[in-house]
Design a protein around this ligand. Sequence first.
Ligand code: DX5
Ligand code: ZN
Length: 219
Amino acid sequence: MAVQISPSILSADFARLADEAAAVPNADWLHVDVMDYHFVPNLTLGLPVVEALRKATSLPLDCHLMIDDPDRWAPSYAEAGAGSVTIHAEASSAPVRTLREIRSQGARAGLALNPATAVEPYEDLIGELDMLLLMTVEPGFGGQPFLDVVLPKIRRARALIERHGGQVWLQVDGGVSADTIERCAQAGADVFVAGSAVYGADDRVAAVDSLRALAEGAS
Ligand code: DX5
Ligand code: ZN
């Protein structure tokens, strides 16, 4: 699987989202962090902003739902035109149904795991997934330091995915930067979310290119 870079607009200027999306034309995805003040202690944006962004950029939207009751809300994000919708295992009470609904709306279906959530209990769900997201920080905020403690789980998840045909993308999110992306790639990740490392850089295009080059060199 080729390396993909998904800049997170959590670290962008929310008053200029269309311009901020246009600033990363060399990205593969635009990562959209939806937070609800319940599942995580932060509030960001919801469906109306996703619908507006959909019209404002040609980049596919990679919606990461850090919300309670994703079973209720996730299908609407797919219907709104997200290319990928990721729900948290910790928040979903019917993940199989929800993942199938996301796919039936034509989006890729993702399952996210917090740093302390083991991947092994979800092995039987691999066939329901297009992407597995391993959080490399506790979710809620950009700019936090990368948690090395997740690296063994990235390796185990890669092995598990390969045992099941190798089609599922393995995304990492949180603290991914020029200092940490090679470790993630070596461990088996292939889709890299980067917020502050891209939107905190003066030259966002160069930041995306250099993250991609580092990951490709390490994988
Ligand atoms: C955190 C979000 C991330 C965040 C990453 O809960 O899910 O997508 O934007 O930001 P950085 O790359 O700055 O850690
Ligand atoms: Zn995210």
